[in-house]
Design a protein around this ligand. Structure first.
Ligand SMILES: O=C(O)Cc1cc(O)ccc1O
Ligand SMILES: [Fe+2]
Length: 453
């Protein structure tokens, strides 16, 4: 069926946006290293040397500090960046409340925490004209955004690039996990490109705009209200391994000198607020610091596992961790199940049956997951809340119990987990979603007794 001419021209604009974004994404360069003091200037001489705030910043720019930690936090946790911009961020009109769309925030009180195991199919197609922010759909979470504790799990499904609006999240950092379609993320610090299999980390408060590299884009977002994600300690693993710091890429400075209305959407204490600026706030010509966005390719993850027996706990797959006030107890861990060899002798190789004090939300970026033969699909997700019993489905159990234990490469999928110390409460829309699978419990039915005393 052919659409109206407005729909057709909207379609053409969207195709041109994608084309333009793809060309830009091909040219990107980066500055590498997690936690580094990065520095970059889009115009030679824009970055001051020897001081952060000279009497007159170079080239008529305004100097501005963005603090991601309290001024007084220990040096190892201290985060700030200095931005040299065309206009100071302070020059803006008042924000007014905007529609929250499908975004929900902690505290999550729309439903009661549910001990049942829940699994969802992917989000349905978005309405025409849905951009990244409009396409955000909250699954659930925990903590309290105003207390800077806990996390939220969101999905996104978009079919339009953000054009004249930018977004920032005062409530937490955003870990964006594309599952379908690439993204070009224009930030105050410059541009990041991410394909499925790569993840983007946008620190608290940084303004950004998401453009699509394909007609539609879909994925997951962990909004971390707590301490910023850091690399896990390696302990006896040694000096290298898991996610290596050098593989995290920060942008190089790139600015927009755009005069004209730009909507700035600010997520603040659970609500969206909007202000229309007379210029683009992505106008940072140079910057330096360690409160910066990153992209990381999960294929770079150095997977470590057992070369003798037993299935190691998945903490060994931690990419990033947000520590809480109790050592070893993460507000949220981001864990990836990347391609790897399984060689364990006399071992049940897939994930074991278990109950966990931590709560586990799992998503699938590609292919299949080795604990689930069916029903856990890319773009879908599962929630195994605190102490809920789960593990391999019946088919996986039967197969793995009988398998010949020769070395086996698991390379048909990329799954991940947001694992949190607090139970996850679903939003009403997630608890009542049509794409919530009605009979997930069934995957563990038919696990017959085999006990023969
Ligand atoms: O439940 C899951 O699939 C995640 C998971 C994987 C694993 O290898 C061990 C424990 C665990 O919770
Ligand atoms: Fe689990």
């Amino acid at each position: 069926m052919s659409g109206t001419s407005t729909e057709q021209s909207g379609q053409r604009d969207a195709e041109q946006d994608v084309e333009r974004a793809r060309k830009t994404a091909e040219t990107l360069t980066y500055s590498s290293g997690f936690g580094n003091e990065h520095g970059s200037e889009a115009v030679p001489g824009a970055l001051p040397h020897g001081r952060n705030s000279p009497q007159r910043a170079p080239l008529g720019l305004y100097a501005e500090q963005l603090s991601g930690s309290a001024f007084t936090e220990p040096r190892a946790h201290n985060r700030r960046s200095w931005l040299y911009r065309i206009r100071p961020s302070a020059a803006h009109p008042a924000f007014a409340r905007a529609d929250n769309g499908k975004i929900r925030s902690a505290p999550f009180t729309e439903t009661v925490p549910d001990p049942n195991r829940l699994r969802w199919n992917p989000l349905p197609e978005p309405a025409p004209g849905t951009d990244f922010v409009a396409g955000l759909w909250t699954v659930g979470g925990n903590g309290d955004a105003t207390q800077r504790t806990g996390m939220a799990i969101h999905l996104y499904h978009a079919n339009t690039s953000m054009r004249t609006r930018v977004f920032s999240d005062a409530d937490g950092e955003l870990l964006i996990v594309p599952e379908h379609g690439g993204l070009l993320v224009r930030t105050e610090f410059g541009l990041l490109g991410a394909e499925p299999g790569e993840v983007v980390l946008i620190p608290r408060g940084i303004r950004f705009r998401v453009e699509l590299l394909t007609a539609t884009a879909r994925g997951y977002v962990c909004e971390n209200y707590g301490a910023p994600f850091q690399l896990p300690d390696l302990g006896p693993i040694g000096a290298n391994g898991l996610a290596n710091p050098r593989d995290f890429r920060a942008p190089v400075a790139a600015y927009e000198d755009v005069e004209g209305p730009v909507e700035v959407l600010n997520k603040f204490c659970g609500n969206l607020w909007s202000a229309t600026y007379d210029h683009s706030p992505l106008d940072v010509v140079a910057w330096h610091g360690n409160h910066v966005p990153y992209v990381y390719d999960l294929h770079r993850f150095n997977v470590i596992g057992s070369i003798s027996y037993d299935h190691p706990d998945p903490s060994i797959f931690t990419v990033l961790t947000s520590p809480s006030d109790t050592p070893g107890l993460a507000g949220v861990d981001f864990v990836v199940f990347a391609p790897r060899w399984l060689v364990g002798e006399d071992t049940f190789r897939p994930p074991y049956f278990h109950r966990n004090v931590m709560s586990e939300y799992m998503g699938l970026i590609d292919g299949a997951y080795d604990a689930k033969a069916e029903g856990f699909v890319p773009g879908g997700g599962s929630l195994h809340n605190m102490m809920s019993a789960h593990g391999p489905d019946r088919e996986t159990f039967d197969r793995a119990s009988a398998a010949e234990l020769k070395p086996q490469k698991i390379d048909d999928g990329l799954a991940f987990m947001f694992e949190t110390r607090w139970p996850v409460t679903a939003t009403r829309q997630a608890a009542q979603a049509e794409h919530l699978q009605p009979s997930y419990d069934g995957v563990w039915q038919g696990l017959e007794r085999h006990f023969r005393p």
